[in-house]
Structures are given as C-alpha cells and as structure tokens.
Design a protein around this ligand. Structure first.
Ligand code: B12
Length: 209
C-alpha cells in the first residue's frame, strides 16, 4: 500500500486549505512510483472527498470549501489523464453518464478512466444527462455497455424510467450501475431489473474488466 496515513493527512490538509500545488506534487510523486490508478482514486481522492462531505454536512466547512476541494480533485483527475491511456485497445466502447438531476460527477469520471485503462473507449457525458440524449448518443456510438452513476438516493427515482428506456431501444444491452445512492438506499430496487449489474467499487469493476 503506497498511501499511508501520514501521506493521506498531508494531502487532505492541502485539499482543505486550497494548496493545489502540494496536492499535485503528492499525486505526481505517486504516479511516478507507478501507483495503481484504482488505489489513487479510491484511497486518496474518494476518501478525501467523503471526508469533505462529512465536514460539510456537519457545518464544519463552508459550501465554498467543498466546491474548492471538488474543483481541485477534478484537476488532480486531469493530471492522471495521461496514465489512463495505457491499456491495449480492446475495440470496445462504453458510454458512461450521470443520471438525470445527478450533479455529482467525480465518481462517473473515475469509472470512465478505469474502463479506459482496460482498453475500452470510454465516452463520459458528465452530469444530469437527459434520457433522450443518452439514447440518441448511444444510437450514434453503439456502445457494448452503458454505465450509469447515481450519488444521491432520491435520484434513484429515475432509475426505472432510464433503464426501461434503454431496454426498449437497445434490448439486452449490458447496463452497469453504481454510486453511493445504492449505499444510502440499498439495492432492493435492483431486484426489479435482473439484467442490471450493480458494481460497488472500482476494484470490483477491474475484476470484471
Ligand atoms: C462534491 C459534492 C457535491 C457537489 C458535486 C460537484 C461535482 N462536480 O461532482 C455538488 C455541490 C454539486 C453537490 C450537490 C448536492 N449534494 Co453532494 N456531495 C458532494 C461530496 C462532498 C463529494 C462527492 C464525490 O465526489 N465523492 C467522491 C466520489 C469519487 O465518490 P462516489 O461518487 O461515491 O463514486 C465512487 C463509487 O461510488 C463508485 N461509483 C460511482 N458511480 C458509479 C457508477 C458505476 C457504473 C460504477 C461501477 C461505480 C460507480 O466509483 C467511484 C469511485 O470509487 C459528497 C460526499 C460523499 N460522501 O461523496 C456529497 C453528497 C453525495 N451530496 C449529498 C447531497 C445531499 C447533495 C445535495 C442534495 C445538497 C443540497 N442540499 O443541495 C446536492 C444534490 C445535487 C444533485 N441533484 O445531484 C449527500 C448525499 C446523501 C444521500 N443520502 O443521497 C452527500 C453524501 C453529502 C452528505 N454527507 O450529506 N454535492
């Protein structure tokens, strides 16, 4: 394990105080030491953003600090970008999107990168993707798989209509879903959709790919 507690704390303090240069130095050093991207994303970026969420929820930090941390994390993900084009081209395509009304995009972006590392061409549409757009873009690029990210539990209300629309148009096209919404709300809702695969972590996703 390359990220020990001291390193994590140093990164987290830098993130919280807006010291993006220090964040970048830490990330670059880990990349140069060939850290697994999955480990970097989960143990540094995800862990620190979950902590930011806790502090924000407890009113211990402002919305502005949360926004700053999010934007720095986006920049760190961009710094990792060259390291995600390492896989042998598998010729497969995945469309990754956040559901309607879903404004959290770091998780979906990480998922798209993991596919890329495994040789997939990942097309990430970002937040709040209207179903009509999702369908017409899928029709255009003909992906082997659609991956949807849900962070807020109340957004699961659109899961049914989204999945039904995809299945009506593309039959049994594989659909992966994931995100914290399922951690908060549970996965019972997925019993209605036996064909849908819930993937909990980046590690699990890598095992499948
Ligand atoms: C940053 C942030 C925001 C930003 C997002 C900006 C952006 N550009 O993304 C903004 C300000 C927009 C925001 C808004 C809101 N937020 Co917010 N937000 C967060 C925060 C602090 C971090 C999110 C994040 O980036 N996490 C890190 C990523 C990497 O983790 P992740 O999303 O879980 O993704 C990982 C896995 O879940 C998985 N995964 C995710 N998707 C998928 C998909 C597939 C296919 C697979 C295989 C895997 C997978 O892989 C990822 C990597 O491991 C979280 C705290 C938290 N615990 O996450 C709250 C949090 C998610 N937000 C929350 C809430 C309540 C809101 C608001 C409703 C607040 C409000 N009152 O307005 C709004 C809702 C907006 C909306 N309609 O979506 C709650 C959700 C609680 C719940 N029960 O649903 C949280 C948990 C905060 C809290 N503790 O209360 N938020």
């Amino acid at each position: 394990m390359m990220i020990d507690n001291a390193l994590y704390q140093s990164y987290f303090t830098s993130l919280l105080t807006g010291d993006k240069k220090r964040c970048l130095a830490i990330v670059q050093d880990l990349l140069e030491k060939n850290i697994e991207i999955r480990e970097l994303y989960a143990q540094l970026f995800q862990r620190s953003m979950y902590k930011i969420g806790e502090l924000w929820e407890a009113n211990e930090i402002s919305v502005a600090r949360e926004h700053l941390a999010t934007s720095i994390t986006e920049r760190m993900l961009n710094a990792c970008y060259p390291y995600t084009f390492t896989g042998r081209d598998s010729g497969k395509k995945v469309l990754v999107a956040c559901a309607i009304n879903e404004h959290h995009q770091l998780g979906g972006k990480m998922v798209a990168d993991i596919f890329e590392i495994h040789g997939w061409d990942s097309q990430f549409l970002g937040t709040n993707t209207p179903i009509k757009e999702l369908l017409s873009f899928a029709d255009e690029i003909k992906p082997e798989l659609i991956a949807l990210s849900f962070a807020v539990s109340s957004n699961l209300s659109v899961l049914k209509v989204t999945v039904e629309a995809i299945q009506a148009e593309f039959g049994d096209l594989d659909i992966f879903v994931g995100g914290q919404a399922f951690v908060w709300a549970g996965t019972d809702i997925l019993k209605e959709f036996p064909g849908i695969h819930y993937i909990e972590t980046l590690a699990h996703l890598e095992e499948i790919l």
